[in-house]
Design a binder for this molecule. Structure first.
Ligand code: ADP
Ligand code: MG
Length: 350
């Protein structure tokens, strides 16, 4: 379809075919203020971005698949929309980046194109408003009707900006650095377990709605994780951290990534790992999806909070590459194996 025709159609009320959906997406997201880098967003064949002088762009993409990353019967549509955006924002946070634009490509079963999708957009825009993330484009298709029940799939691309050459990497840690995590861990695993236990509820009648005040108490760490963008930016701007990664797969697995990238080992003090209410050490270590940050900082000046978020020292980096150990109360040490989430290994939502 030609650009002018598309532009004429965007913003007008149309039936919920492809163009109607795109119009709805546009109408629901165009109020978001665009940063200077975004010259032109939705409505043409491409968005136009102009990086600021002295900045690097960071980009990330995340898939969100029905029955892999969410279930209709467990996750209210607001949560699906929120999580679709939160995962990439958490990656930006881990780089110390400021969000510039998001892209949303979706394959949508026809029966989700109405109310379900409106509620998906509620969840998306609530989080996009909070972090000022304009939607710069995407693609919309109907999920195939052949081969059983059509399933929803989304791919979300995020673009962010960092001062040139200053992105917070996984590889910058030094031996002796203190290991920190933001917030308490394992809450997402606890809430996912609850969802699994109470599953079978009708997806459209689930009572969970978005609460504007949920941030401080974090009552829904799985359904509505809060990416630590302000913390990441402060770590970068204040040169507080030497390396960072976001906790998407679980402390055990993500610490392994950080150690590998930095060519170091680590010792984690079991007693020091901050546990969310109801969470076990296993939930914190292997549960994943907490979307907190794991970062390293020089040991000289202990940190208690960053950008108003409590941070907890959980261990230290060691020079022994590949050796990651858990220190027990009695002083004994055991290997801290990466047992977090890996695709192709187990089915997460079973
Ligand atoms: P084209 O066929 O040239 O790729 P489309 O008709 O798919 O264009 O899209 C028209 C405009 O709407 C483009 O600016 C595109 O980025 C935007 N768009 C399409 N789907 C989405 C979506 N799911 N989210 C955000 N923007 C979208
Ligand atoms: Mg297209």
């Amino acid at each position: 379809m030609r650009t002018q025709e598309k532009e004429k159609l965007i913003g007008r009320k149309l039936p919920r075919a492809e163009l109607g959906l795109i119009a709805a997406i546009h109408a629901r997201t165009q109020h978001l203020p665009a940063p200077r880098e975004l010259i032109f967003g939705m409505g043409d064949d491409c968005a136009v971005l102009r990086p600021l002088r002295g900045e690097d762009l960071v980009m990330t993409t995340d898939l969100l698949l029905e029955d892999v990353h969410f279930r209709r019967a467990w996750h209210p549509p607001e949560s699906v929309g929120h999580r679709a955006l939160a995962r990439g924002l958490s990656d930006l946070a881990a780089m110390g980046a400021r969000p510039i634009a998001a892209y949303l490509s979706i394959a949508l079963p026809a029966d989700l194109a109405g109310k379900w999708f409106d509620r998906f957009l509620d969840g998306w825009t609530d989080l996009a408003d909070r972090h000022q993330v304009p939607l710069a484009g995407g693609d919309t298709a109907e999920a195939p009707r052949t081969g059983g029940k059509p399933k929803m799939a989304a791919d979300v691309v995020l673009v962010g900006g960092v001062p040139r050459g200053k992105a917070l990497l996984r590889s910058g840690a030094h031996a002796g650095d203190t290991l920190y995590v933001t917030g308490k861990l394992g809450g997402a695993a606890v809430e996912l377990r609850d969802l699994r236990r109470t599953s079978g509820s009708t997806p459209d009648r689930t009572p969970i709605r978005i609460s504007k005040t949920r941030d401080s108490s974090r009552p829904h760490p799985h359904l509505f994780p809060q990416p630590r963008l302000a913390v990441g930016r402060r770590l970068l701007q204040g040169r507080l951290a030497t390396a960072a990664i976001d906790l998407s797969d679980g402390l055990s697995t993500d610490l392994n990534h950080l150690c590998q990238a930095s060519g170091l080992g680590a010792i984690v003090d079991r007693q020091a790992v901050p546990l969310a209410p109801g969470a076990s050490l296993k939930d914190a270590a292997d549960g994943g999806e907490d979307y907190e940050l794991l970062f390293t900082a020089p040991p000289g000046r202990p940190l208690r909070s960053v950008s108003g978020i409590r941070v907890y020292p959980v261990g230290r980096m060691t020079p022994k590459a590949g050796s990651i150990e858990l220190l027990a109360e009695d002083g004994s040490r055991a290997p801290f194996m990466p047992r977090g989430w890996q695709h192709f290994r187990v089915a997460r939502l079973k």
